[in-house]
Each structure stands twice: as C-alpha cells, then as structure tokens.
Design a protein around this ligand. Structure first.
Ligand SMILES: Cc1cc2nc3c(=O)[nH]c(=O)nc-3n(C[C@H](O)[C@H](O)[C@H](O)COP(=O)(O)OP(=O)(O)OC[C@H]3O[C@@H](n4cnc5c(N)ncnc54)[C@H](O)[C@@H]3O)c2cc1C
Length: 269
C-alpha cells in the first residue's frame, strides 16, 4: 500500500521552488512522476511530502545561448521531439523513452536524476560533453556530466539543491545513437549507446546499461582518434565496459552487442 503523503508543494516559479526545497529538504522531488509514481506504488518509496515541479515554468525552456544550447530540466521527451531545435542525438534518445504516454511526462531532469544506468538520455550527455546546472537558494553550480553520476543511483546533488538544466556545447563530428531492448517501445535498454566522432580530433563512445553508471570507453576513444583499426577499437570497448547479468540481459550478450554497435557505426562512416 502507498504511504500517506501529508504535504504537497507545487511551486510555479523557480525562486519558489528553490525556497521550498530549502525549507523541505526531506520532501521527494517529482517532475513527470514516471519513476517516482512507480516507486511509490511498489512501496520502495514512502514520501510524506512531495515537491511537485510539473507546473514550474522556470524549468521548462530551451534556448540557444552563447557557447551552446540550454535545455531546462522540466522539458519532456515530447517537448524535445516537438521543438526540432535539439541535438539529433538527444532527439534520437527522447524518441526511444517508453512510448508516447511516457514521453509526454518524462522529463530530462527526471531521467538524469533518477540515475538508472539504463536511462536512455544518459550516454547522450556524455557524448555531447554536456554540463549540468544545479541550484539552491545559496547559488548555482555547474557540473560536467562525466562526474555527475558517482555510483549506482548516486548523483552529485545536495539535499537543498534542484537540477536546473543542461548546457550542450557546440561540438562537431559524426554522431550515432542506438538502443537495444526487448522491443521497440516500453522497453528498458539492455545496452544503449551514444557516440560522437570527429576524425583526427576527438571521439566519445558512451554507453549505458553496461556498468553501475553511464560510462565512456576512454581507451577505445584514444585508439580511434589515433587511427586504430575498427577491430581494435571494438576489442577495447568490450574490455572497458563492465556489464553484469541481470533480469534484462547477460554480461556476455551486452559485451557482444556493445562491440557490434560500435563496429557497425564506424564501418558505416
Ligand atoms: C512504462 C515506463 C516506461 C519507461 N521507459 C523508459 C525508457 O524506455 N527509457 C528510459 O530512460 N526511461 C524509461 N522510463 C523511466 C522514466 O520514464 C524516465 O526516467 C523519465 O525520464 C523520468 O522523468 P520524470 O520527469 O518522470 O521523473 P520523476 O519520476 O518525476 O523523477 C525521477 C527522479 O528524478 C528526481 N528529479 C526529477 N526532477 C528533478 C529536479 N529538477 N531536480 C532534482 N531532482 C529531480 C526525482 O526526485 C526522482 O528521484 C520508463 C518508465 C515507465 C513507467
């Protein structure tokens, strides 16, 4: 049975949201609720107070700014797909989250802060070298995506902070997104990949669902930029990832598939 929620806070502005967060650091933050509601229903989360950000307009905007593009934490996957202004890697990931009903509620901030290693947008932020902006009434901080996920479901967010949004710097190169799940819709990733490759300059081979956090294959990236053969890059990818057997797949399958994804993409270029 669900626990009784005795207080519900619904800020309309970012300032109010930050004040409420400071006053109620124990409240469960909820955006679209597609993860939180599942946890409540299953009894793994028993909040007594909820800070509901769904109506907070200060989190739901997108803008090109000097040096990149900013996406507010409250943008949903549907917002991303409708705007046509997001990076193609992000659009590709947003289109694979759940199905339309979930995409209408699932926010970028929720995907990032839920910190499931299988979250579909997570490798995208690594591939795009994104920075995350978080804030409290004390001020704002920027955190590189690469250091935000600190362990399984552990994030660099303090109890009085909210996740504000994502800054994507302008980057060049070929990009590729691939999710492998049981079905095309309503399926959690067995392996999810986001890659960016600017030949001779830099590369980013980022995976989800192959370790406790989303991860880059740094040795494989270095080899790729240095002109290594595709087979060697694939071998390094398979060595660097750290998949496990779980209810969705096996480590052996994930290693095989991760290498296949990279091989097919690089061969196609
Ligand atoms: C049927 C179904 C299918 C799904 N399919 C997929 C899928 O294919 N791929 C995938 O990646 N995910 C999937 N999910 C998971 C979920 O939809 C996503 O993780 C989604 O992006 C979560 O966003 P939300 O706004 O609903 O988060 P919420 O449930 O509201 O919150 C998730 C977490 O983030 C925290 N949070 C949210 N916003 C903020 C903020 N601004 N500041 C601080 N903390 C915050 C919350 O406290 C909570 O811990 C699925 C879920 C369901 C129920």
């Amino acid at each position: 049975m669900s626990a009784p929620v005795t207080a519900l806070f619904r800020p309309r502005t970012l300032n109010d949201a930050l004040k409420m967060r400071a006053e109620q650091p124990g409240a469960t933050v909820m955006a679209g609720g597609t993860d939180v509601m599942v946890y409540i229903e299953s009894g793994t989360l028993k909040p007594t107070a909820i800070l509901d950000l769904w109506g907070c307009s200060g989190l739901r905007w997108q803008q090109s700014i000097t040096g990149g593009q900013f996406h507010g934490a409250g943008l949903t996957c549907t917002d991303v797909l409708r705007s046509g202004q997001s990076h193609p890697l992000l659009e590709a990931a947003a289109a694979t989250v759940g199905a339309v009903q979930i995409q209408n509620r699932a926010t970028l901030g929720g995907n990032i802060c839920n910190a499931s290693p299988a979250g579909d947008t997570l490798p995208v932020w690594l591939a795009l070298k994104a920075e995350f902006e978080v804030a409290s009434v004390r001020g704002r901080r920027r955190i590189p995506a690469a250091s935000f996920w600190q362990g399984y479901k552990k994030i660099d967010l303090r109890p009085d902070e909210l996740f504000l949004g994502i800054l994507i710097p302008p980057l060049f190169g070929h990009t590729h997104f691939r999710k492998v799940g049981t079905r095309l819709a309503q399926s959690i990733s067995k392996v999810v990949f986001a890659g960016r490759y600017n030949p001779g300059v830099d590369a980013c081979l980022a995976f989800g669902a192959v370790g406790p956090t989303p991860m880059r294959c740094l040795k494989a990236e270095t080899a790729l930029v240095a002109g290594a053969a595709v087979d060697d890059v694939v071998q390094l990818v398979r060595e660097e990832i750290a998949p496990i057997d779980d209810i969705r797949s096996t480590a052996v399958y994930r290693r095989q598939v991760a290498g296949n994804i990279v091989r097919r993409w690089l061969t196609s270029l």
